[in-house]
Design a binder for this molecule. Sequence first.
Ligand code: 17E
Ligand code: FE2
Length: 411
Amino acid sequence: MIIRNARLRGRDGLHSIRLEGALIAAIDAQPTLQASAAGELDAAGNLVIPPFIEPHIHLDATLTAGEPAWNMSGTLFEGIERWGERKAMVTHEDTKTRAKKTIDMLVDHGIQHVRTHVDVTDPTLAALKAMVEVREETRHLIDMQIVAFPQEGIESFTNGRALMEQAVELGADVVGGIPHFENTRDQGVSSIKFLMDLAERTGCLVDVHCDETDDPQSRFLEVLAEEARVRGMGARVTASHTTAMGSYDNAYCSKLFRLLKMSGINFISCPTESIHLQGRFDTYPKRRGLTRVAELDRAGLNVCFAQDSIVDPWYPLGNGNIMRILEAGLHICHMLGYEDLQRCLDLITDNSARTLNLGARYGLEVGRPANLLILSAPDDYEMVRSQGHALVSIRAGEVLMRRTPAQIERA
Ligand code: 17E
Ligand code: FE2
C-alpha cells in the first residue's frame, strides 16, 4: 500500500509512505503533489501520524453511569461509592460487552494503543479475568496494557496485597495504586513500597493514581518519585492525575521538581475528568484541580493527556475522541500559546508512547509497524482549531477505519 501527499510532523514538504505487509517499508520525499493511482491512499497534503493513544482509561467501569444511581455531588469520593454499588453487579459478560463497545469508540477516533486500569479490589477478580480475554480478542483493533488497579486501596482493603499479586499472575501488565485513598498516610507510603517491589520483582510497569485530590497535604508523588529514582525505574513509572500539585505552593514545588527530574517518571493528566471532579469542596475562588501540565512540560518532564472515563460514575460524558481531551486540556492548562499549538499533538501521541514504553513499536519510521492515521488537517494547530478528525486509521498495513467528513450545503 502507498500513501501519497502526506505531510509529516517535524519534516518539511510532502512524502509518500510505502507499507509492505505489517511494516513501514519506505518514506520518500515528494517534490510536488502527485495523483494517486487506484488502490493508493491520498493524504491530500494533510498530516500522517502514528495512531492516537489512550494512556489512561477505566474500561471495566465504562458505560455504567446511573447504574444503579448517579453521582450527584460530582466528587471523586462519591464516584468510588457509586462504583462500589455497580461493582457488586459486575459479571464477566457485562464487563466484556461494555469494554468492547468502548474500544470501538476509541478505534473510531484513531486510537490503537490503550492502557486500561481494572479494579482488582474484588475478591473474585471478575473484571480483571474478563479484561484479559478482551485484550486477546481485540488485538486486531488495539494494543492493550492492563493495570491492576486497587480502587479501594492495597493496605485498606481486605487481602489487598494478595489481590494485586494474583492480578499480576493472571496477566496484568502494569501495577497500580491509590495512596491518597488509603486510610492513613502511613498506609499510603507502605502501599507505594509494596507496589514498587511487586513491579520490580515481576518486570511490570507502574502507573499509580497519585494525589487525585485538592488536598495540598497529599504528597505521595514525592514518595513514588523517590522510589523510582532509587531503583532506577523512572522511565517505567507513571504518576496519573497528581491533581494535588495544582494546590501545592510554589516553594514546595520548586523542591519537588528537582526530585521529579532526577526520577525521570512520566505524568498523565485527565483534564476533562479533573476539571469535573476536583474543586468540589471550594466555593470561590475555585481551583481548577489539575496538575501543573505546562510546568512539567517546560521542565522537560514527560506529560500526556487521557480521557479516564466514558459515561461512568465519575464522568457522564465522553465519546472516545481524544482530540476533545486535547482541546479542553490546552484551554484549562493555559497552553494555547503559539509554541504549544505548534506541537500540541505530542500530548496525545509521542509523549503517550513514551509513557507506555512503546519504544520501536510506535512511530513513523521505516521498519516500524504500519500503524498510522491520515488526519483532516495539515498541522497540529489547524487540527485542534478545526476540531479535526482521524479520517483513515491503518493497522498492520490494512485500513481499519475510514471517516467521511460532514458535508455542508449552502444556498
Ligand atoms: N477511579 C479513581 O480513583 N479515579 C478516577 N478518576 C476514576 C476512577 C475514573
Ligand atoms: Fe483514573
